[in-house]
Write a protein that binds this ligand. Structure first.
Ligand code: ZN
Length: 92
């Protein structure tokens, strides 16, 4: 999976409404993220991030700067390795 480390980086540049979230340091939780994304544990790299698109609204704290709640797992739009058409919701 050669381009996996670029999973979400490009999209955040062209879509400023997105925030990027590092993979958790907790190995169990991180493993769940990786699985949810279709990655193996060995695919993990410290620069890898996921964008906010992959998390339900319920997973976030904060309004202006958004923080993921500690045990959130990505569940949405997990085909972002492919080219996506983004549909950014209006920010209220
Ligand atoms: Zn993404």
């Amino acid at each position: 999976m050669p381009n996996a480390s670029l999973l979400c980086l490009k999209s955040s540049k062209s879509h400023p409404g997105l925030s990027l979230h590092k993979f958790p340091t907790n190995p169990l939780l991180r493993s769940s993220w990786l699985k949810a994304c279709g990655f193996l544990d060995s695919d993990y790299g410290p620069k890898r991030k996921l964008c906010s698109r992959h998390f339900e609204e319920d997973c976030f704290n904060g309004n202006i700067k958004r923080y993921l709640k500690p045990k959130s797992i990505p569940t949405l739009h997990l085909k972002c390795r492919k080219k996506l058409t983004y549909n950014i919701p209006n920010i209220l």
